[in-house]
Design a protein around this ligand. Structure first.
Ligand code: NAD
Ligand code: ZN
Length: 346
């Protein structure tokens, strides 16, 4: 095997991302080495690219970044048994400790010692990635590889959307980013009545319409209470999925929830976000924070939903060969995209 590989490296503590030759990562006795086929760009990668405050305090330099991928098993450690060379795999990007109370109870998504692939340790924007075999997802080869390359954010959408009962419910999603749009498709698939999604970006609201939302609302032009009336909803929304990270969006949501409504919070809100606590308390709202994906129930649900007809393909808007990665990052930064896939093999 080649000792060196191409990778996108956060090499310097300043804006940018650079293609370098780096050593192929080592494969420990419980690890697999994955030959990467496709990767996708996440909002987190843009934070790292821009070298914002979060990235500066989080990302070690130099490091290979990236955490959304699909590829094939190229090698495995001596303790690894349940994978085959050449098998199509994706992988959970949160590497958990395995010995804390939550890990031992099977609640691995709540492990306090989580390490992120491409955030705290070497990532997948490379020809090869090494991860513990416990993080491998075995891909159904009947499903297109493009979809597996976005299973990580699809998993964020799935974990959030399936947190609450959806059948016959009215659901509000704030933020029509890639994750909000995938959540809208899931919520419809799971039998919601009205699915309303908000944003301020017309391109993204247009994409949301392609997954069949009841209403895509530009909150810079329309007000949610008017939409509630228009749809003949007498009580307010039963379920809210906050996927913008914008404090105004959360407050808009709290204003239109039914008493006893349930809100899942995925978007990363600023710490100083102020909300109307009186409404939360007197209206008996339930707020639930979401981090990552449940290991591996979320992954089972994703694969099963695709097998049973869920179509999230409208969220994939661009493909680039890896040599043109800068174009992919530029378009992602513009906000006028859904998911952008970078191909590592021809
Ligand atoms: P994104 O930034 O692409 O999408 C957010 C969308 O919100 C954008 O389209 C933006 O125009 C829209 N928006 C801005 N202001 C708004 C407002 N007032 N009302 C409605 N919409 C508004 O992000 P994404 O990749 O789709 O991810 C969604 C959120 O989830 C982000 O905040 C991201 O950081 C977060 N995230 C959290 C986790 C987790 O584990 N908790 C994992 C992945 C992503
Ligand atoms: Zn743990």
């Amino acid at each position: 095997m080649a000792q060196k590989m191409k990778a996108l490296v956060k090499k310097f503590a300043k804006p940018g991302i650079w293609m370098y030759e780096v050593p192929v990562p080592e494969t420990g006795s419980n690890d697999v080495l994955i030959k990467i086929h496709k990767t996708a760009i996440c909002g987190t990668d843009i934070h790292i690219y821009n070298w914002d405050e979060w990235a500066q305090k989080t990302i070690p330099v130099p490091m290979v970044i990236g955490h959304e991928y699909v590829g094939e098993i190229a090698a495995m450690g001596s303790n690894v048994q349940d994978v085959k060379i050449g098998e199509l795999v994706s992988g959970e990007g949160h590497i958990v400790c395995g010995h804390c109370r939550n890990c031992r109870a099977g609640r691995r998504h709540l492990c306090p010692n989580t390490m992120g692939v491409g955030v705290n340790r070497s990532g997948c924007f490379a020809e090869y990635l090494s991860i513990p075999v416990t993080n491998v997802w075995h891909c159904d080869p009947r499903i297109p590889e493009d979809l597996f390359s976005i299973f990580d954010p699809f998993g964020n959408a799935t974990h959030t959307a399936l947190s609450f009962d959806l059948l016959g419910e009215d659901v509000l999603i704030t933020g029509a980013g890639p994750i909000g749009i995938m959540a809208a498709a899931i919520v419809k698939h799971a039998g919601a009545r009205n699915v309303v999604i908000t944003d301020v970006n017309p391109y993204r609201l247009g994409l949301a319409k392609k997954v069949g939302v009841t209403r895509a609302v530009d909150v810079s032009k329309e007000k949610l209470p008017d939409i509630v009336k228009e749809l003949g909803m007498t009580e307010g929304f039963d379920v809210g999925l906050e996927m913008s990270g914008n404090p105004h969006a959360l407050n808009d949501m709290i204003d239109v929830m039914f008493h006893g409504g349930k809100i899942a919070l995925l978007g990363l809100l600023p710490n100083q976000t102020v909300i109307n606590w009186e409404k939360v308390i007197f209206n008996g709202l339930n707020l639930k924070g979401i981090y990552g994906r449940e290991m591996f129930e979320t992954w089972y649900k994703m694969q099963a939903m695709v097998q049973s007809g869920l179509d999230i393909t409208p969220v994939i808007t661009h493909h680039f060969a890896i040599k043109d990665y800068e174009q992919g990052f530029e378009i992602m930064k513009s906000g006028n995209s859904g998911k952008i896939i970078l191909n590592w093999v021809d």
